[in-house]
Design a protein. Structure first.
Length: 202
């Protein structure tokens, strides 16, 4: 992994944020990979007390350099913390796992964002599914792409609550090629959390 910002290894885990304030991180697999069609699986855990509060992280595919890193806080290390802001990752897509309502998205949301857009709105509220990112449970995520649609399924390994969402997207056109850097970004602001990827295959 290529680590930027606050990204670090914690034993066998990838620590995206470490519980400090106003953090941003990115972590990329060391070489670009083919993104025309794929299935990727990862597990994560968000801790830092009984109710980790902010801000979240994202699974990201990007056609820029391995040093790519976006803003902290609600930007999740990917894009600006508010719609219309600057500093996001160009030629990219991101699926977020968002703990904090920066722009009305609620405290438990996901969404697909492109070209470094603010990972706030539009959004998918996961609360009705029973998926609660604040529990400190371990979550399993599968993201699959068939060349036309990107499907994300997240499952709480303790409660078995599941949320599934599908978005139409041409990833190769968006990132500018058939290969790209793939990894994770994350952020904290005034509120914090320890966010760790436990394992990842693609």
């Amino acid at each position: 992994m290529i680590l930027n910002g606050k990204g670090a290894l914690n034993g066998t885990r990838l620590r995206v944020t470490d519980g400090g304030g106003t953090e941003a991180s990115s972590a990329w697999y060391s070489t670009p990979v083919n993104i025309q069609q794929f299935t990727t699986n990862f597990s994560f855990q968000i801790t830092g007390g009984t109710n980790p509060t902010a801000d979240g992280f994202a699974f990201v595919i990007q056609g820029g350099p391995s040093t790519a890193l976006g803003p902290a806080g609600g930007g999740l290390g990917y894009g600006p913390g508010a719609v219309g802001g600057t500093g996001g990752l160009a030629n990219s897509i991101a699926v977020k796992f968002d703990l904090y309502s920066n722009n009305g998205e609620g405290p438990d949301s996901t969404g697909l964002y492109v070209n470094g857009a603010s990972p706030t709105t539009p959004f998918v509220d996961m609360r009705s599914s029973g998926v609660n990112l604040h529990t400190t449970d371990v979550f399993n995520v599968q993201i699959s792409y068939n060349g036309t649609n990107l499907t994300m399924q997240i499952t709480d390994t303790t409660t078995n609550a599941t949320c599934t969402q599908t978005w139409p997207i041409n990833i190769a056109t968006t990132v500018g090629g058939n290969t790209a850097y793939v990894g994770f970004t994350g952020g904290t602001g005034g509120n914090t959390a320890i966010q760790e990827i436990i394992g990842w295959t693609m």
